[in-house]
Design a protein around this ligand. Sequence first.
Ligand SMILES: Cc1cc2nc3c(=O)[nH]c(=O)nc-3n(C[C@H](O)[C@H](O)[C@H](O)COP(=O)(O)OP(=O)(O)OC[C@H]3O[C@@H](n4cnc5c(N)ncnc54)[C@H](O)[C@@H]3O)c2cc1C
Ligand SMILES: *[C@@H]1O[C@H](CO)[C@@H](O)[C@H](O)[C@H]1NC(C)=O
Ligand SMILES: *[C@@H]1O[C@H](CO)[C@@H](O)[C@H](O)[C@H]1NC(C)=O
Ligand SMILES: *[C@@H]1O[C@H](CO)[C@@H](O)[C@H](O)[C@H]1NC(C)=O
Ligand SMILES: *[C@@H]1O[C@H](CO)[C@@H](O)[C@H](O)[C@H]1NC(C)=O
Ligand SMILES: *[C@@H]1O[C@H](CO)[C@@H](O)[C@H](O)[C@H]1NC(C)=O
Ligand SMILES: *[C@@H]1O[C@H](CO)[C@@H](O)[C@H](O)[C@H]1NC(C)=O
Length: 542
Amino acid sequence: MKYSEFYSFFPCFIAFLISFSLAASAYNHEHFLHCFSLHLSNTSSISNIIYTQNNPSYVSILNSTIMNSRFAISSSTSKPLIIITPFNASEVEATVVCSKKYGLQIRTRSGGHDSEGLSYLSPVPYVIIDLRNVRSIEVDVAEKTAWVQAGATLGEVYFRIYEKSSTLGFPAGLCYTVGVGGHFSGGGYGILLRKYGLAADNILDAHIVDAKGRILDRKSMGEDLFWAIRGGGAVSFGVVLAWKIRLVPVPSNITVFSVVRDLEKPETKKLVHQWQYVADKFHEDLLLSVRIQAANSTTKGNTKPLLQAFFNSVFLGRVEKLLPLMQKSFPKLRIVKGDCFEMSWIQYILLVNGFSLGTPPNALLDRSKPQGRPMSFIAKADYIEEPIPEDVLEKLWKRLYEEKVGIASFQLFPYGAKMSEIPESQIPFPHRAGNLYEFTYLVRWNEDGNVTATERHWDWIRNAYAYMTPFVSINPRGAYLNYRDLDLGRNNNKGTVSYAQASAWGRSYFKDNFDRLVHVKTKVDPTNFFRNEQSIPPLPLR
Ligand SMILES: Cc1cc2nc3c(=O)[nH]c(=O)nc-3n(C[C@H](O)[C@H](O)[C@H](O)COP(=O)(O)OP(=O)(O)OC[C@H]3O[C@@H](n4cnc5c(N)ncnc54)[C@H](O)[C@@H]3O)c2cc1C
Ligand SMILES: *[C@@H]1O[C@H](CO)[C@@H](O)[C@H](O)[C@H]1NC(C)=O
Ligand SMILES: *[C@@H]1O[C@H](CO)[C@@H](O)[C@H](O)[C@H]1NC(C)=O
Ligand SMILES: *[C@@H]1O[C@H](CO)[C@@H](O)[C@H](O)[C@H]1NC(C)=O
Ligand SMILES: *[C@@H]1O[C@H](CO)[C@@H](O)[C@H](O)[C@H]1NC(C)=O
Ligand SMILES: *[C@@H]1O[C@H](CO)[C@@H](O)[C@H](O)[C@H]1NC(C)=O
Ligand SMILES: *[C@@H]1O[C@H](CO)[C@@H](O)[C@H](O)[C@H]1NC(C)=O
């Protein structure tokens, strides 16, 4: 087995062809800047944090964290009137107050991985608050906590924890470029999910700027708002400045394997089918996910497509303990010692991000966009409550052959253990007991900005998603906010949301927690200042 097989499922990055033309509104730069300077005690820094469209750095700042090249900058993509890159709370506060005063919407961007580009695109005149400079991390090893500012990336979080302790970690996603501002506020899952739950399950406190421009912490915001921003999408409620997180123990050696099986073979088809019955019941220290994708096999100069199943596992312990566990829980996968690698937690993070063995962990601090992988993507998610029949799965896998250009894959990510213990209403993220696994559809491709290609990929993923309808959760059909899906209750893209539309996607993402989110929104932002195509609407609806 080669280490290269460990590449994580999601290419560590993502974009949508919304072409909005900016209404040249009554907005006036001078007035906005004047307002801005009035709200700051120290105005000498303004030129370092404000980028208007004629600033030479405007395009590169805007581009720097567009993580889905479906939204690559072109003459037809929407662009902000101003980008503000604050260093501290008072500068965020001033942006909120002045944007409100001059009728501009705010798009808050931390890591820029939003599947639909909502952190940097808007159909109405807007300002981007880009939190690239708000990213300090303070780790308290004794207390096993950390304060993490919203603009930090997961790579920075993992590295700063590792610097202080190699046996502490945090249960969040794997891709090191993902920003904690969006990720934690939408849930956030990774390989520690079965033992410790989501990132949002492990947040202890937060600092947020609300619609009135006030800086609040857990105590001053109250438990309702603190509940809402952990999984309900903080974007509907304000701008998160920082999170206080609970660190979790990780052993100094973890054991990982990634084995690939030929999915043309009947025994592999059976294996994947059986996986559905066992993966959510494994020991909490064991997480075994499955990724299905097509590859090319070349024999005697003939290239033919081949379906492959990757079984990727992380075990929080040594190999001697893993082997009997696999033998007991899933003997048919026939895992042997030679398949397994012991390594530290931080080495595993490096590995799944494609860094070669021996790369110093501070590589995770690099904030530049990774190069050289297909960059345009579309993703969708489902939740599976009952094992899916083998023949149904087989027909779905065959669809991977249809995707002529691009790389499509399905990922089956197991739930159970801790995820089943947390009540559905503890935080807004509701998909807990009763879910066997999360099913993700992902298609990536290279022809940025080619509308024909983009449409083809949409058709493919929508067809696969429609095919699965009878076999996934219904009423509502579950979805995951961090894999934002504008097909759910698709609206008119004018930035307004009808209650029926909101309720459609709202219940998919949050089930009955949607009602409490609407209640909190009505209380803290009744005029709906913080909004986007899928924000929580206040009552009465505007
Ligand atoms: C390559 C890749 C890998 C991924 N891997 C995983 C994974 O392993 N596990 C997982 O759960 N998800 C994963 N995701 C999904 C990811 O969690 C979401 O896209 C997440 O919202 C990204 O956060 P961000 O800050 O990078 O994105 P952004 O685009 O900056 O923000 C996403 C949303 O949050 C809002 N927002 C951002 N910052 C703030 C803030 N400070 N205050 C209020 N609102 C804010 C934005 O306005 C936007 O609506 C992945 C996505 C990609 C592209
Ligand atoms: C905010 O940061 C700026 C630098 O951009 C600095 O000049 C100012 O004093 C800071 N304000 C506060 C309240 O820390
Ligand atoms: C004001 O900001 C500038 C630039 O950031 C900084 O050099 C200066 O020290 C700040 N002054 C005060 C009083 O904070
Ligand atoms: C944006 O960045 C990408 C690299 O990530 C680059 O290929 C592209 O040319 C940039 N676009 C602009 C308009 O600068
Ligand atoms: C298989 O090969 C064809 C032709 O070279 C290529 O277009 C396609 O992208 C390849 N598919 C994969 C999954 O590598
Ligand atoms: C396993 O842990 C031991 C002690 O904690 C350490 O010395 C060793 O380097 C680790 N092995 C690997 C492969 O990380
Ligand atoms: C877009 O892709 C299609 C194939 O999907 C191709 O026929 C067409 O030439 C491409 N258009 C451009 C402008 O590259």
